[in-house]
Design a protein around this ligand. Structure first.
Ligand code: FES
Ligand code: FES
Length: 181
């Protein structure tokens, strides 16, 4: 076993474990951040998505040794209520605007895919603030949902994009911009 130091949602963390321990397990079991979900465990569904230094990855495929010294962002770091600031478009609930859009459009049912979908949406909107329909489908193509049929998720992404554009017009900070909330 070995000690690994990295940041999670802006906070310095250390874990002592095997170098090949999956980041997914370290987050859920060692750090008790259970917002990140396990679906397939094989890199196919995106339920375990997190960001490493602003890049979306499947945490079931990442050994913890690979994130030493990195900044990991999980769904727990996305909500406004985590104390990292208040982006334009945030509702009184403290949810991130993208989270709010998923709630208001029924984009979450069982919720297993939802954290990954939200992080994928944030990454998509960083790359394409005004995404085309094709870019939305491509941006979420690594994230599978068994419940919603995707239409409500796509509606939520479109509303999220409108919120981002409004925030940019207001010259306000938007969580997700720059990769780290
Ligand atoms: S659980 Fe990691 S991609 Fe499905
Ligand atoms: S809401 Fe159940 S898998 Fe997407």
């Amino acid at each position: 076993m070995k000690r690994f130091d990295f940041k999670v949602n802006g906070v310095a963390r250390e874990v002592t474990t095997w170098p090949m321990a999956r980041l997914l397990d370290v987050l859920r079991e060692d750090l008790r951040l259970t917002g990140t979900k396990e679906g397939c465990g094989e890199g196919e569904c995106g339920a375990c998505s997190v960001m490493i230094d602003g890049q979306l990855v499947n945490s079931c495929l990442v050994p913890v040794a690979q994130v030493a010294g990195c900044e990991v962002t999980t769904i727990e770091g996305i909500a406004v209520a985590n104390g990292t600031g208040t982006p334009a478009g945030a509702g009184p609930s403290g949810l991130h605007p993208v989270q709010g859009a998923f709630v208001s459009h029924g984009g979450a049912q069982c919720g297993i895919c939802t954290p990954g979908m939200i992080l994928a949406t944030i990454e998509l909107l960083e790359k394409h603030p005004e995404p085309s329909e094709e870019q939305i489908r491509e941006g979420l193509s690594g994230n599978l949902c068994r419940c919603t049929g995707y239409m409500k998720i796509f509606d939520a992404v479109r509303e999220s994009a409108r919120k981002v554009i409004a925030a940019k017009k207001a010259n306000a900070r938007w969580v997700g911009e720059g990769g780290t909330p």
